[in-house]
Design a protein around this ligand. Sequence first.
Ligand code: CUA
Length: 275
Amino acid sequence: MNEPNHLRRVGVLWLLASAIATPLVVLVLAPIVPPGNGSIEASGQVTDNTVLLGMVTPVIVGIMVYFAYAMIVFRARGDAVLEGPPVRGHRGAQIWWIALTSAVVLFLAAFGSWRLLQDGSGGGQGPNPIAVPAGKPLQVQVIAQQWQFTYRYPAYGGVETPHLELPNNQLVELHVTSLDVTHSFWAYQLGVKADANPGVDNVVYVTPTRLESFDIRCSELCGLYHGYMFDTGEVVKPSAFDSWIAKERVLYAPATSVLPPYATTYSPDPQRRSG
Ligand code: CUA
C-alpha cells in the first residue's frame, strides 16, 4: 500500500490553521487581555501578552492539528489490536526539537529581560531599582497595614491620605511598604503589583496615561479582613491633582503634625500600636 506523506500533510494543515488563528489571536483576543491601557506599564503588559500569545498560538495549533490528525488517520481499524513499529530515536526530529525549543526559550528570556529593564513593567524592584525610567518622578509612598492602604506624598509636606490620586502623564515613583504583615499593592488598571513588606522600601514606577478610576486591591492574604482591603484610586488632570493635594494638606494637617517624619520604612512601636 502506498503510504501518504503524513508529515507534509500535517505541515500543510498546521500552516493553514496557524495562518488563520494567529492573526485572530493577535488582532482580536490579545488587545482585550488585561490590564488595559491605563498606564505606560499597563500598555506594555498588553504588548508583551500580544507577543507571547502570537508566539504560542502556532505551537498550540500544531499540537491540536497533530492530535486531530492522529486520531482520525492513525486510529486502529477493525478488530485486530496492532502495535505500530517501534521508534528508537530520530536524529532529525531530535535536532529540530532541541534547536526550535531552545530558540523560543532564549528569545523569550531575552525579550522579557529587555522589557523589564525599560521601566520595571509595573513590578516592585526593591529598594534599589535598576530599571529607572527617564524623567522627574513624583514620589508617593504606599503604606499597607491591616486592613487599609494609605498614601504619603513627601513632596507635599509628607501628608498622608486615605485615598490615592495621581496626576495624568506624570512619572510616579511608588514606594510600597507595610507597617505589620506582608500585603501586596495591586492597582489593576495601572498594571502595578508590588509586595508590601514591613521594613522594606519596594519601588515601582508607573506613568498613568488615562483619566480614569482604577481598582486597588490587596493581593496577598493578610488576615481576617484581607478581602475588605480594597479602594478606588483616581487619575486626574495635573491641575486637579494640585488643588486636591493642597486641600488634603490642609484637611490632614493635624494628623501630619503628629506623624513620624517621612521615611522609606517605619517600625511602629508595639506599645503605642496596642494602646
Ligand atoms: Cu492586605 Cu491582603
